[in-house]
Design a protein. Structure first.
Length: 379
């Protein structure tokens, strides 16, 4: 198939989960024999069009440049569609997007809406209050039009799409590049370059530093374990670099995606300490598809996370990792110590984690699921 993949607000390559997602989906569909034309955001000095492998990257911009005006990229998307004549269009959903679905509707092309964040409003939503103030609720009406126009939707959980669209929504999860993220990427040179002490057990957090990702829980647990000279806490992401604050460790700041496989493999324990009370949207359900967890698992790291579905389905307690009480640094510290004190347990959980992600949560598996949906709607 000729696939037009519209993700106009994403910068590729980049350091965010969204950037990784778009990169891996485009490459994964191309690896399955499809011709993929991706529409992504233009940055200053970047190439407007670039061919890498079997993916054509089309970088676009709009005026004003803020993401709130992403829908204004429709003209550029129309131009790409005119040149390539796609069989199907995928749009990565964004509140102020819709340009991919709009172009597909205008041209009579079947479309798939890829939903990674809630389309429905949560309790106390500012967006919903603004919409209500406008009386006719134009934002909700527009979002619902996108759902009706798309032939199918994919989402990590169905609760984040309107009820009327759930029958045509397929549940999919994100994944890991299990060829790149692997225990074989571990090497002493990388550990030394990162400043990790020779025999240290590395406890790793990688990802966004937003409040609901629980960095504060991770660092509070680390501070409780300052007496453990065998532990070293490594944080990847965010804007701050430097030594750990009140604990033995290091903040690396944001790192290029290409470097992440070796950094993750340098760890011994992966932690995903989500604090869901700090994000109101999660009242709809835990809709994040946890990239960090998949990459920990692919690298054969035993993973510590919270007992929230679907995390409990991905990391089964005592099988691929351990579950600790949400927002409880003391309980997290206790679980870190348990793994630190038992090399055999770390090895058993890590091996099982690698097997599980290869079988169920790889980007290849994700793209296989997408392909089935695309073939159905394009038939």
């Amino acid at each position: 198939m000729k696939i037009l993949y519209v993700a106009s607000d994403q910068v590729v390559p980049g350091t965010t989960g969204g950037s990784v997602h778009v990169l891996e989906v485009a490459r994964g569909l191309a690896a399955r024999g499809h011709e993929v034309h991706a529409v992504i955001r233009q940055t200053a000095g970047g190439l407007v069009r670039e061919q890498t492998g079997h993916v054509s990257w089309n970088r676009v911009s709009w005026i004003p440049q803020h993401r709130f005006f992403r829908f204004r990229a429709a003209r550029a998307v129309e131009r790409v569609a005119s040149e390539m004549a796609p069989d199907v269009v995928i749009e990565r959903y964004y509140n102020f997007g819709g340009e991919g679905i709009t172009v597909a509707a205008r041209r009579g092309i079947p479309s798939l809406l890829e939903v990674n964040a809630p389309i429905v409003d949560h309790a106390g939503s500012i967006k919903a209050a603004l919409d209500a103030a406008l009386l006719v609720r134009p934002l909700r009406r527009y979002r619902e039009w996108l759902c009706r126009e798309a032939r199918a939707l994919v989402a990590p959980i169905p609760e984040i799409v309107p009820a009327f669209a759930r029958d045509k929504t397929v549940t999919v999860t994100w994944g890991a590049n299990v060829e790149a993220f692997a225990p074989s990427r571990r090497n002493l040179a990388t550990r030394r370059s990162l400043g990790i002490p020779e025999a240290a057990i590395v406890v790793l957090f990688a990802g966004s530093f937003r409040p609901w990702h629980g960095v504060h829980v991770f660092e509070a647990a680390a501070a409780r374990l300052t007496g453990r000279t065998d532990l070293f806490f490594l944080l990847v992401g965010g804007e701050t670099r430097g030594a750990g604050r009140g604990y033995r460790g290091l903040r690396l700041g944001a790192q290029p995606y290409e470097r992440m496989p070796e950094i993750v493999a340098a760890g011994d324990i992966g932690v995903a300490p989500y604090d869901t009370a700090r994000q109101r949207q999660l009242s709809l359900g835990f809709y994040w598809s946890p990239l960090k967890i998949f990459e920990y698992m692919a690298s054969a790291l035993p993973t510590l996370t919270i007992p929230r579905f679907p995390l409990t389905e991905i990391v089964r307690d005592g099988e691929e990792g351990l579950l600790f009480r949400e927002a409880d640094p003391a309980d997290l510290a206790r679980h870190i110590e348990r793994l630190a004190d038992d090399a055999g347990l770390r090895a058993r959980l890590g091996s099982a984690a690698r097997r599980r992600v290869v079988e169920h949560y790889s980007w290849a598996r994700h793209c296989e699921q997408l392909e089935k949906v695309l073939e159905r709607i394009a038939a």
